[in-house]
Write a new protein. Structure first.
Length: 508
């Protein structure tokens, strides 16, 4: 396979250091690490490898910039985000190529990610000027109640490798809109896109110290150093539930505000009355978007016994028609998984499930290709106790089980500690509403295999996290409410108000 894509931005021309206080600089000790192309296993570039000392330098910069940034007008923060949005779309092909090179997804999918990331920049550019408060007369008229919203303060943003542009944009945009300074720690597999995005924000006018970037292979040391420091006020993390639990425990020491978008185990329910054409189309999207490496990927296919055979045959036929290869090649449908560790994990999970008695319809073996590829795979007759029912697959594997009633489908769907998203296909309005309400998840795709939208609240319940990103609630994660009690002028009180001070004290 030949890489025909020009080096976006010129990969070699990207800054290779840490961004701290508006300056690109080497890590302490000049340490670096390589970034691989997962389609070939070959290195793309080397970037600076931050340590604990660099992390504290970045926090110093964020803390120093916070007062002036918080005082910047909402209009100016909005304009910076809008300029970044416009620059990003002007360089759509450059960013798409960069995403494909370091993450593996096809260029078409990478272009869609650029558009999705730009949507968050646009959405929060508009939200920046709509942060409001409230004013009212107190119940006893003795005071005026003023409620304002202020930025939380310096934030640690930790992003995953599977959406190297969209995930940083989804966190940076509301933080900028709210007036918070940031330390961004991207995943070590995909730091180059974050480097390019940070450079774009600086070009758009973001002041020095507002965004500080720390690529690192020492995530634990960097995060711990930052979260031990009482000057940090918030942590936002997207990643595994196991790591999220550790971060929540660390956040408790300084009572940090937290936003956690954690693991998923999404059920994809196909009822007997479903439109099977739509269900198969939706299954291909929900399962194979991002090569299956997404927290919202369909993980457990639950199909009514009456339509299971036909659904499976159609899905297998579609899966077999896909082409594996480097995402930079024309005609490629699925790129590689992110690295050898992930590829081998998916392969073991499939092998174990088949050994336990599942039936393999297509795929199921590592292809003879360079890089970290795994083929589209369909399994049926999944044993009830199989590990594949409990864990995120994070790969292009569809595991199908059957059910015979709505109650059974709901019981299977909810039999997990996770609750990020669920997909439901039915033609019945009553069934659609009833089952959507009973599914334990933060999001439901109803006759739709895709739920992500910058204008909608993204997040889960149970062990899938806390807080929401996007939508009207997304900026609230970066704002604190402040209540100011203002004593009412004496001539504004009614005669009965003369007796209210004692009553007010009793109520406290």
């Amino acid at each position: 396979m030949t890489d025909r894509t020009p080096r976006p931005h010129g990969v070699d021309a990207l800054p290779q250091g840490l961004l701290i206080d508006g300056r690109w600089r080497p890590a302490a000790g000049d340490t670096t690490f390589p970034v691989e192309n997962p389609a070939t296993g070959e290195p793309l570039a080397r970037v600076a490898d931050a340590g604990a000392a660099d992390a504290l330098d970045a926090l110093d910069a964020a803390v120093g910039a916070q007062p002036q940034w918080a005082a910047t007008s909402p209009g100016e923060r909005s304009r910076i985000l809008r300029r970044t949005h416009d620059l990003l779309l002007e360089r759509r092909e450059d960013f798409a190529g960069l995403i494909t090179l370091e993450m593996g997804k096809s260029l078409d999918e990478a272009r869609a990610e650029v558009d999705y990331a730009a949507g968050y920049l646009r959405w929060f550019a508009e939200e920046a000027v709509r942060v409001d408060g409230t004013w009212k007369v107190s119940e006893d008229a003795s005071a005026r109640v003023l409620v304002t919203r202020q930025p939380v303060g310096p934030c640690l943003l930790i992003t995953p490798w599977n959406a190297p542009l969209a995930m940083p944009a989804r966190k940076i945009a509301p933080a900028v809109a709210a007036g918070c300074t940031m330390v961004l720690k991207p995943a070590p597999q995909t730091p180059l896109t974050s480097v390019a995005l940070a450079a774009l924000l600086v070009e758009a006018g973001l002041p020095a110290g507002v965004l500080n970037l720390l690529p690192t292979t020492g995530a634990a040391a960097v995060s711990e150093a930052l979260m031990r420091d009482p000057r940090l006020r918030k942590v936002s993390f997207t990643g595994s539930t196991a790591v999220g639990r550790l971060l929540l425990a660390q956040a408790s020491a300084n009572v940090l505000r937290t936003s956690m978008e954690l693991g998923g185990n999404a059920p994809f329910i196909v009822c007997a009355d479903a439109d099977l054409d739509a269900a198969v189309d939706g299954a291909m999207t929900a399962k194979l978007r991002n090569i299956g490496e997404a927290c919202i990927a369909a993980n457990r296919f639950l199909v009514h016994a009456d339509v299971a055979r036909e659904f499976t045959e159609r899905l297998v036929d579609r899966m077999r028609g896909l082409t594996l290869g480097s995402g930079t090649e024309p005609g490629v449908d699925l790129g590689p998984l992110i690295d050898r560790t992930q590829r081998d994990r998916v392969a073991r999970l499939v092998d174990e499930t088949v050994a336990d008695g599942a039936r393999l319809h297509t795929g199921g073996s590592v292809p003879d290709l360079p890089g970290y590829f795994y083929p589209p795979t369909v399994l049926t007759d999944i044993p009830a106790g199989a590990r594949i029912n409990r864990e995120e697959i994070f790969g292009p594997v569809a595991a199908i089980r059957t059910f015979s009633s709505d109650d059974e489908a709901l019981a299977l769907a909810n039999a997990t500690e996770f609750g990020l998203v669920a997909y439901l296909y039915t033609r019945g309005l009553d069934r659609a509403l009833r089952m959507s309400e009973r599914i334990e998840s933060g999001m439901v795709g109803l006759n739709r295999g895709y739920v992500s939208d910058p204008g909608a609240p993204f997040g889960g319940v149970k062990h899938s996290g806390v807080g929401r990103e996007g939508g009207n609630s997304g900026i609230e994660e970066y704002l604190e409410q402040k209540y100011i009690a203002i004593d009412a002028p004496a001539d504004a009180r009614t005669p009965a108000d003369a007796r209210t001070p004692a009553l007010s004290q009793d109520r406290s």
